[in-house]
Structure formats: structure tokens, C-alpha cells
Design a protein around this ligand. Structure first.
Ligand code: PLP
Length: 382
């Protein structure tokens, strides 16, 4: 073991989640698994091949840098789509390798055309239109300009898709905004069609919209968080489950994060534990040291509030999370010894530390905690 903790990815959970998503979207809609942020912290080199074995062959990433990491491990026939940033020096590489990418501004479009010309190849693009999020995407004026460029350069471009992104489909508070965005999206597609441009794949929905706004699934859905077994928000889960007889969660968490007990010791009543005065023993206390701290992705905000599992029982974090280690209370848990397994995320026996609860304790989102799991933790498929 070259790190003090290990991340296991459960193939069976990925299978359950992929099947669930496919049962929602049917066979006419493509599932693009979003694997940005190192597959939401799960590890691209583990997740991409595992998903391919489950029949997924379309992957979305944020940048050309991330696309390179996917290309290293993907099968020949799988598609990679860049939704965001492209380093200028990567355009040649992208077009050579038939990587698809979003065109969100005119300069990217021009650059794509020039590079394709010089390589005598076609750039495979998705036209990203602004529909109300005001983040990226071509506004109406830019879109009209883009249409000109597109029509003049059909030799160098494959217009594979048209796309946009909802500004918060995971919350009913954004209902009107989402509906309005979808109607703008349809208008922009119409405008493209009227100018002789027919993108093959229309896509706008991510996990939340895939669940909550079925009409927005169109030709492809870009699904991230659901693949890994989490709901985009509590609201999305409640929306889904309210419409079902069976109230069991159809998703399974794919990740398990474990470490081991580094040492065990007794502390007398009245003693302070760890740095400063943040925790004072109220009784004779038994503690264990877990060799994982905030440099390993165990957030400092879990100080005095986080929990882990050892010997099938919950053990609370006491004092502050240090850079490389965390102290936990095991007074109530018999027979804990050095080398015993510690579950940071996942279940053991009856107990589970779910990322949802973890994220709440951490006053953060599932997305952030997952994505911040460091690259250097060993990951394996189980
Ligand atoms: C991250 C991202 C997604 C996936 O979002 P989930 O909520 O994880 O499904 C889809 N589209 C874009 C543009 C994204 O940036």
C-alpha cells in the first residue's frame, strides 16, 4: 500500500446505477457518463474501463487535459466529449484523435476550422448555445455569426451536436428558469435548422433534469453523479421516490474509502486531546489514531463532527482533523487494535457512513467531497 488509505470502486454498484439510468432513458437516448474531476474522485483509470464493460461508450470531460487521461484508458470505439476548456496547443491532438468538443465561443470555432484545414481532417463539434445560465455558450448574436462560419466551412466540420446546460435543475426553486431555458434551447435548434444546420445529437440534461424533466432527455443525457450512486440533491430523490410504490433507493454508492488503525491509547479525564483546547476528555477516554487527514481529502471541517466506522461501530472524530491524521473516540468500542480496518466512507456491518451524511456534516455537496479525493490515493475495482 503506497497511501495510508484505499478507495474501492464496486463494480456491482456501477452496474446497478447504469441499469437504472438506462431504464429511465430507454434505448433511443445515449448515456454519456460524465467523468470530469477524475470521475468525481472515483478514478478515471478504474471507472472508464468498468463502465465500458457495462456497455457505456460515451464519456464527457471538462478539459483537453482530462480527455488525455480518458484516451489513455478507453477502448478504441468509445467517444470522448470535452464540455469545457481546451488548451490552444491541444487542438491538433483533439482533431487527430477524433475527440468531440463544445464550441462555446467564436474564437474556438475559428481555431477549430483553421486546425482542421491544416490537418485535412474534420473537427467534430457540439454547438454550445446560451439559454439562460449565462456561463458559457453562444448568445443569439454570436450564434448568427457562428452559423455563417459553419455554413462556409462544412468541409472542415462535423456538426455532431447542439447543447446547453441548465442552471440548477436539482431544485424546484429554479423551475421557471429551467422551463424557460428549455424553450430557448428549442428555438435555437430551430434557428440552426432554418439555416440548413442539423446537429445529430441534441443534449441539455444532466442527472437532475434526467430525473425531473424527462422531456429534456432528447438524444443524449450527460449523467455524472447518478452513475456513482448519489442523487444530485435530496429534492431530486424525493421527487423520484414520491412517484414510486417501492420506496427503496434504486442507486448504490460505488465508492468505499478505508484506512486502518495506526495506534490506540487511553486518555485521563480532564485531558485535552490533539491541538489546542478544542476537545477535553469528559471521562476516561480511549482513542485511536487514523493516518488520514485533510491532505488526504478528509476535510478539516470534519473536526469534532465527522464519524468513521471501526469494528462495525460508529466512532466520532474528536479534536481537529490534522494534516495527516485524525483522532477518533473508541471508548465504547471493545477490542480495537492497530491494523483494524477503518471505514471513512462506506459500510461495515449495520453501519454506513454515506457520502450524503458525510457531505452534510461537512456542510458541502457530494460533488465537492468526491471531486476533492486526492489523485494519489490507491483505487481498485472490486
Ligand atoms: C458536470 C456536468 C454535467 C453532469 O452533472 P451531474 O449533475 O453530475 O449529472 C453535465 N453537463 C455539464 C456541462 C457539466 O459540467
Amino acid at each position: 500500500m503506497n497511501s495510508t488509505s484505499v478507495i474501492s470502486i464496486k463494480n456491482e454498484s456501477l452496474r446497478t446505477n447504469v441499469k437504472f439510468i438506462q431504464s429511465l432513458i430507454g434505448e433511443q437516448t445515449i448515456l454519456s457518463a460524465v467523468v470530469k474531476g477524475n470521475a468525481y474522485g472515483h478514478g478515471v483509470s478504474v471507472v472508464v474501463p468498468a463502465l465500458e464493460s457495462l456497455g457505456v461508450n460515451h464519456f464527457s470531460v471538462y478539459s483537453s487535459f482530462e480527455a488525455k487521461n480518458v484516451l489513455k484508458v478507453k477502448r478504441k470505439n468509445s467517444t470522448v466529449m470535452i464540455m469545457g476548456f481546451i488548451y490552444k496547443e491541444d487542438f491538433d491532438w483533439i482533431i487527430e484523435n477524433k475527440i468531440e468538443f463544445f464550441v462555446s465561443d467564436i474564437s474556438t470555432l475559428n481555431h477549430a476550422v483553421e486546425t482542421a484545414k491544416s490537418l485535412h481532417k474534420k473537427a467534430i463539434i457540439h454547438i454550445d448555445v446560451e439559454t439562460g445560465m449565462n456561463r458559457t455558450g453562444l448568445n443569439l448574436k454570436q450564434l448568427k455569426k457562428a452559423i455563417d462560419i459553419l455554413n462556409k466551412n462544412t468541409k472542415y466540420l462535423t456538426i455532431q451536436g447542439v447543447t446547453s446546460h441548465f442552471a440548477g435543475a436539482e431544485s424546484i426553486a429554479n423551475y421557471t428558469r429551467v422551463k424557460k431555458q428549455f424553450s430557448v434551447f428549442k428555438k435555437r435548434i430551430k434557428l440552426l435548422n432554418e439555416n440548413g444546420i442539423y446537429p445529430k445529437i441534441r443534449h441539455i440534461a444532466s442527472s437532475a433534469a434526467t430525473i425531473t424533466y424527462p422531456e429534456t432527455r432528447l438524444d443524449l443525457v450527460r449523467v455524472g453523479i447518478l452513475v456513482y450512486g448519489y442523487w444530485p440533491s435530496k429534492e431530486t430523490f424525493i421527487y423520484y421516490i414520491n412517484r414510486k410504490k417501492d420506496k427503496t433507493d434504486p442507486l448504490k454508492r460505488a465508492i468505499r474509502w478505508c484506512s486502518e488503525v495506526a495506534s490506540v491509547k487511553d486518555v485521563n479525564i480532564g485531558e485535552f486531546i490533539g491541538y489546542g483546547l478544542s476537545y477535553q476528555a469528559q471521562q476516561k477516554t480511549k482513542i485511536m489514531i487514523v493516518p488520514v487527514g485533510y491532505c488526504n481529502g478528509f476535510s478539516r471541517s470534519l473536526s469534532n463532527t465527522g464519524r468513521v466506522i471501526v469494528n462495525g461501530q460508529i466512532s466520532p472524530v474528536i479534536g481537529s482533523v490534522n494534516m495527516n491524521m485524525t483522532i477518533c473516540d473508541i471508548t465504547h468500542i471493545p477490542d480495537v487494535k492497530c491494523g483494524d480496518r477503518v471505514i471513512l466512507i462506506g459500510n461495515q456491518g449495520e453501519q454506513e457512513i454515506s457520502f450524503a451524511s458525510f457531505a452534510e456534516m461537512n456542510q458541502s455537496l457530494n460533488y465537492e467531497i468526491l471531486a476533492r479525493l486526492p489523485l494519489n490515493i490507491e483505487r481498485k475495482l472490486v
